[in-house]
Design a protein around this ligand. Structure first.
Ligand code: ZN
Length: 80
């Protein structure tokens, strides 16, 4: 969906990219890594199908994938 702009649920092509923005940080919708305070917050980009309403969330920066893995990837008992 992120790369093809085609909805995997309905096959529609009216997929829009909803960028992250600072105001959303107050909504509680982003992934927090603040238990390790140096990492801060990770922006999440949402793709929404305007034909059926299906939505996907993507962290687009490889540097942030690394941060998330380092924060949660090897934590015993953490949800994967
Ligand atoms: Zn759809």
């Amino acid at each position: 969906m992120k790369n093809t702009r085609i909805c995997p649920k309905c096959g529609g092509s009216r997929v829009v990219r909803i960028p992250d923005h600072p105001g959303r940080y107050a909504s509680g919708n982003n992934i927090y890594t603040t238990r390790f305070t140096l990492l801060g917050k990770i922006p999440v980009i949402r793709y929404v199908c305007c034909d059926c309403g299906y939505a996907e969330d993507w962290v687009e920066s490889p540097a942030e994938w690394v941060q998330l893995w380092q924060t949660y990837g090897d934590m015993p008992g953490a949800e994967r």
